[in-house]
Design a protein around this ligand. Sequence first.
Ligand SMILES: [Zn+2]
Ligand SMILES: [Zn+2]
Length: 328
Amino acid sequence: MHAMRLNAPHTPLQWTELPDPEPGPGQIRVKVGACGVCRTDLHVVDADLPFPGHSLTPGHEIVGRIDAIGPNVTDLHIGQRVGIPWLGHTCGHCHYCETGHENLCDHPLFTGYTRDGGYATMAVADAHFTFPLPEGTDDVATAPLLCAGLIGWRSLVIAGKEAQTVGLYGFGAAAHIIAQVALWQGRKIYAFTRPGDTRTQDFARSLGATWAGGSDELPPEQLDASIIFAPVGALVPAALKSVHKAGRVVCAGIHMSEIPAFSYDLLWEERQLVSVANLTRQDGVDFLELVPRVGIRTKTTAYPLREANRALDDLRHGRFEGAAVLVP
Ligand SMILES: [Zn+2]
Ligand SMILES: [Zn+2]
């Protein structure tokens, strides 16, 4: 097999030939059809997340077909189309696993970080952390659903059912997917982009956003909730200003630059500031069941696997709308 490997932080990924991985007990191996490029992959490369101390293959939005099955896998079969997300393994017996919060497991493995991921021609995953996918949809179009879609979904759920007006800070892969879900649910979307990024603002309006503007602007009305997808700490006080009394601000990213000091007035009056970490398997089941009902369409830019470094660079500089996807 071949993979784009990260050998040390802050270095380009290297095209590398490796022995084909063998699935262990409870595991499957897929031939990768497509793998999305997530902002978390940039945080891994840049060591915003602690470097695990060994070479790794990034990528946790994997769509593929099972081509080998390890012992004790009974519910998946060779040739089946599956998706592999960020949450690759949990211990099953810590406090969080036992209380329905496996996203916070004390001893997890994460695909494309502490376990090899999908910037590769093949990947191995735990069968129990793999989502069966329907036939008949495109691999490239489906890949961003596996993290951008899932984390967006968890963030929207945490924003609250009662939130009818929702601000989205950072209108990239996650926001453009979850905006479609929120609109389908009858909510209104307000999109905040980098100041002056009229192209992305136009993109948000074309998807149905009620309003789109720069993150330095206030929305035309105070919102019920805002979700921050951009990894920019300065957006926290901005988003707190966007919501009314008792409004909720959800930080959806795994990493954020430092949050500047702000006046308590912004949090006062029962505004809430919360974060979203990882996903549970139930999030995946709930969201993937919604995808065909909503008719979600992802906007993607495909790159050959060997050009993963270019895809990451384009993501870093906001050079495309929607999501980048690698194709082996
Ligand atoms: Zn656990
Ligand atoms: Zn991700």
